[in-house]
Design a binder for this molecule. Structure first.
Ligand code: 0X9
Ligand code: ZN
Length: 322
């Protein structure tokens, strides 16, 4: 029986949960998959990543152009982990088909399906379904209350705390940025991976939208030099890359700072997106229904964009180094 009695949803650490699934996928596909821990959470859990590519265990990491699909920086955004996992499973299941086989020859496909394992597991405990942040004990009282947690999507070094707007210096805020840039081990794990790979692209799944956002998030006045590339790959209001998903510059929605995709783009030249996935029903918000057909439909809706990015990756400009 799954934690919480769910049909679809699995916590990170339960038997048969996301961590076990990542281990099983890697063990069962030694030709194309390599599992690694990119760091530990505050509670000491391994933050697992899978690299999917031909000769995964022979070639060094970063030997081919890389694309990173990450999810669940925000603990409650469960649909993002399922979409990420289903993309991984789809590529594994189709590894012998010509299209996928070619992608696995030319590209490294990276997955971090749960970027915030402490927070994610916490949302499977009673009364905590809507927890967002990590489990940093801000006030040092050895229990997790409303005063605790750092927002993993406000803790990155790029424009950290800029103008004190778009993140908060207050413990209890849902957008608490932490005590310093990259103060959180979860941030350092993700940043370390980005630094090592300098991926051509990152798709950082969140919920809920439907929206398809790209940098910058910290200011709205000036677009990035990559705006034409973003436009081409993200599409227009009339013809978005994901059906029904409003494409646009993240800061036009609201400003953020210390945000992941701004950091990946500014620091490593990675083209990075934040898809804000569907709610699954009107008014469901962060609580996407425990419904296999709806979850699978959301994955299938995301698949063409995810594959387009992967196909484009080798041709995208070489990421600039700073
Ligand atoms: O606020 C966030 O971190 C993201 N939204 S969520 O509801 N999943 O928390 C959005 C980040 C995108 N950046 C901006 N909107 N500036
Ligand atoms: Zn989010």
């Amino acid at each position: 029986q799954a934690a919480g009695g769910y049909t679809v949803w699995r916590s990170y650490s339960e038997k048969g949960g996301i961590a076990d699934q990542l281990r099983a996928i890697s063990d069962g596909n030694k030709d194309i998959a390599k599992l690694q821990s990119i760091g530990k959470t505050i509670q000491g859990k391994d933050i697992l990543a899978v690299k999917l590519t031909k000769l995964a265990r022979v070639l060094p990491d970063g030997a081919k152009p890389a694309v990173l699909y990450s999810a669940t920086q925000h603990a409650r955004e469960w649909i993002s982990t399922e979409v990420d996992m289903r993309l991984l499973k789809y590529l594994v299941a189709n590894k012998s088909k010509p299209d996928v086989s070619k992608l696995l020859s030319t590209t490294e496909v990276w997955f971090v399906p749960v970027a915030n394992p402490d927070g994610y597991d916490f949302t499977f405990t009673e009364g905590n379904r809507l927890w967002r942040k990590n489990l940093r004990d801000n006030d040092g009282d050895s229990e997790i209350t409303g005063n605790d947690g750092v927002d993993p999507n406000r803790n990155f070094p790029t424009k950290w705390g800029y103008d004190d707007e778009g993140s908060s210096g207050v413990y209890s805020s849902e957008t608490y940025r932490g005590t310093a840039p990259a103060s959180e081990p979860e941030t350092r794990a993700m940043d370390g991976l980005l630094k090592r790979l300098r991926p051509k692209a990152q798709v950082n799944y969140h919920s809920f939208g439907p929206l398809l956002l790209y940098p910058q998030g910290w200011q709205v006045a000036t677009k990035t030099a990559d705006d034409p590339v973003y436009l081409a790959l993200t599409g227009t209001d009339e013809n978005p890359a994901v059906p029904g998903f409003d494409p646009g510059v993240a800061a036009e929605l609201y400003t953020t700072n210390g945000e992941t995709t701004d950091h990946a783009h500014a620091k490593y030249g990675t083209l990075a997106w934040t898809p804000e996935l569907d709610e699954g029903c009107e008014g469901c918000g962060f609580v996407f229904p425990d419904d296999e057909a709806l979850v699978q439909a959301e994955f299938e809706k995301q698949l063409p964009f995810a594959l387009d990015i992967l196909k484009s990756a080798p041709n995208l400009a070489k990421p600039v180094s700073h």
